[in-house]
Structures are given as C-alpha cells and as structure tokens.
Design a binder for this molecule. Sequence first.
Ligand code: IPM
Ligand code: MG
Length: 370
Amino acid sequence: MASNRKVLLLPGDGIGPECLGQARRVIEWFDRRRVVTFEVEEDLVGGAAIDAHGVPLADATLDKAMAADAVLLGAVGGPEWDDLAFEIKPERGLLRLRKEMELFANLRPAICFDALVAASTLKPEVVSGLDIMIVRELTGGVYFGEPRGIEDLPDGTRRGINTQVYTTPEIQRVARVAFELAEKRQNRVCSVEKANVMESGVLWREEVQKLHDAEYPRAELSHMYADNCTMQLVRNPKQFDVIVTDNLFGDMLSDAAAMLTGSLGMLPSASLGAADASGRRKALYEPVHGSAPDIAGKDLANPLACVLSFSMMLRYSFDQGEGADLLDQAVENVLAGGLRTADISQEGTETVSTTAMGDSVLRELDKLAD
Ligand code: IPM
Ligand code: MG
C-alpha cells in the first residue's frame, strides 16, 4: 500500500546538513522499498535562512512545514550569527516552527545501546539497559510567556523579565501524551515541577493528578521536584519510565538524560501537535544535539541521531513501527560491529566518518531486509 508522504528537510547550520544528508539516504532506502513512498523537499532554516533571506525562518518555509506530513530538521546556530539581535537569531527560526505548528509535546527518548554502555561517564551498571522517555512541554512556559524583555529603570540600571505561565489545557494535553505513551511502556509517569516554590508548579501538579485520576487511573503516577529529578537522573536513572515536565525543566533534564547514554550525538526527538479530525498530527523530528560548529563540514559528525529521528518519524507520523524497528536494529548492529564516529569512539573500536557511518547503516538495512 504505497502512499506518498510529504517530508520537508530543513538541514540548517553546522553539522546539520551533513547529518541530514545521511538521513536522506536512509529515507531514499525506505522509499525504494516502497513500504511508504516519500516526496522529499528541502529548505533553509536558522543561519542559512538568515544569510539567504535575512530571517531565520521565511514565511514560505513555514507554509511548507505546515503542509508537510512531517519535517526533519538538522541543527541551527553558529558563531557567525551570535551577534545578531535576539529576535533574528537562528534559534528563533526553530522556536517559531515549534510555536506556529503548535508542537506542544516533545518526546526525547534516552536509550543506552548495549554497545555504548562504556561511552557513558556513569558506571555501566547504572546505565545499561536504560530506556526512559522525557516528554517536554514545548510551546509554553518561560520560553514564550509574556511579559518578557529588558527594560531601563529610572536609576539607570536595567531589568530582564521572563514569565513562567501555564494553563490547565496546556498542562493536560502534554500530560495526556505522557500517559498514552506510558501505557505502551511500563505505565509509570513521573511529573516534574517546582511546586515548592512556583505557583505554576502547584497548578501543574494538581492538573496532572486530576487527569490521572479521571482518565488514567491505572498508570503509576509520581511527582518530583525538578532539582531532585536532576539528582535522581544521575544517581539511578533506571527508576524512571516516562517523565513529563515543562519547557525549561525539560530542556535541562533532557540534556542530562542524553549524557547518560554516552553521547548527545545519538539522541533523536519528536515534536508533535494535536491530532486533527483525520488523526494526523503536525510533527517535527530533530536530533537533540546542536550544530557543533567546531567540527562542521569535516565529515566527522555522528549522523545517528538524525537517522534515529527519521525512525521516530516512521513510528509516530507514518505508523510504520516495523520499519522503525528495522532501522533501530540496523543502527544497533552497526554499533555492535565496532564502528564509531569520533564522539563515541572507544578503545578497540574503529573511528569512521559521517559518510562511512551512513554507508554502514545502509549496508545493515540491506542485510536485515534480505
Ligand atoms: C533544544 C535546544 C533549544 C531549546 C534551543 C536551540 C533554542 O536547546 O532543543 O533543547 O532551548 O529548546
Ligand atoms: Mg536544549
């Protein structure tokens, strides 16, 4: 049952283009096998868009993203654009995509592949078999709250302001995503806030509890303060199944969780909107890593987070769980075979380029599909 899915690729800056280049080869592999066929288009975001259009996300690009079945983004930002005004920095392109597409649920899995247990800075017994899912609220909270800004005070000093704000529906819709995901896992959800110091945290805790009691009573729900959660993540991360939290805490906790797995270069993410009448969700997939300008263009970067982001696309946008499993297995086999990009290299492994890593993923896919 072949159907054409529209995928928009936004390579962005730094290592984004070279990593997405490898993901594109994987997309073409799946397209050739015609399980799902893809109509792939490419456009600019971040610094690349600033250089071409003067803005980090052109309106026409946003229109394409809105019309696509799924978007795959590389990375944004770099030192070339550091001195630009805040409102037109590369990061604003990404934030605008998230906001305008209403991608309120950000799924950040932290999975430790067996072959990479030694790459983590934590003891092997702490991380081996680790499989947690962080669900980060992505379109609210302090990232977008008003009022915001920097103002001059009469005494000549200045004041910087941001607002942490959440409403009941914003909390409930992201918590719902967490409970639904948990049902397919160990059905344990840990909701994270700072209810001890923030009213928005008190509301968060109450609303998540209410939703649980009303609709997901079978899930095991716990609540944790964000500082404690940070500590627990490095102390005993395997205690968690699904973590649901706000935009800012989710940003920080997901970086910490990422490092448990050995490398940021391995971690994919999915950002999902609400399902429409036909069940279709707007969706953007991106690696958790940034643009890594220091190694950009050198064929050194790890393309696996991008490749695994496409796997999440197969799973969450196209209902192709089998294809996603196949791709995840191909990546696992490549790692088990001892190939590593520089970021995850260890003694006794072979360090390969971005392109060579892509080659071997394709080779594994061919083998597995035979
Ligand atoms: C992330 C990044 C972004 C964020 C930046 C690039 C705006 O750190 O996706 O985690 O803070 O959300
Ligand atoms: Mg971040």
